[in-house]
Design a protein around this ligand. Sequence first.
Ligand SMILES: Nc1ncnc2c1ncn2[C@@H]1O[C@H](COP(=O)(O)OP(=O)(O)O)[C@@H](O)[C@H]1O
Ligand SMILES: [Mg+2]
Length: 225
Amino acid sequence: MIRLQQVSKIYSLGKVLVRALDGVTLTIGPGEFVALVGPSGCGKSTLLNLMAGIDRPTSGEVWLERERLDCLSDDSLTRLRRSRVGIVYQFFNLLPTLTARENVALPLLLDGVQYGEVERRVAQGLQRVGLAHRAEHWPHELSGGEQQRVAIARAIVAEPRVILADEPTGNLDSVAGSAVLDLLEELHQDHGQTIVLATHSREAVRRAGRIIPLCDGRIEGLEGS
Ligand SMILES: Nc1ncnc2c1ncn2[C@@H]1O[C@H](COP(=O)(O)OP(=O)(O)O)[C@@H](O)[C@H]1O
Ligand SMILES: [Mg+2]
């Protein structure tokens, strides 16, 4: 499903080079639930951004299903992000001037899905995360946990095979965090979606089928082979 081959990512800050990833090789199979763990700054977000096609590697290959992302044009990457991967962030990233329903609808509208179909899928998505009754609310009227569930609805409406989540419980209390993890686990079980989670949460790690430990931009031990 996802394959990285000798991937490195180097950021340059003026004259200083930061090696965020250093020769990472890993394969994640369809339907896996994987936790990426490691100290802050070890390269988790960078790795997820490469898998999502948000960023490009300095060297190495990034494959999603049968496509080699590091070779795609920016337009193709944008299309791929709208339909093939769902992305969930620590700070939810909902647009404050759109309601919950509109936030969830946005990626479908941008992707040219017919309006009736958009309505149907958005209703289904909000239902799925237990927030049908909050459809017309603004983000600031929702709790953190609710905002993250709206963000998950937004990530799943295009029915992507892969969900990438960057510390999705990092900004939530433990009850709201558990609810978010329940939801991700359900999606994984019910639809066989592949889930890659960067996390510090012990609870999240416990639920994952495999743990990939990162340290200083490298995978530690024998994992990931
Ligand atoms: N856009 C950027 N420009 C420069 N350095 C960056 C950038 N993004 C990340 N880094 C650096 O790359 C390393 C890995 O960062 P990141 O992937 O965000 O780690 P994590 O998500 O595990 O905390 C860190 O040293 C960070 O400072
Ligand atoms: Mg990070």
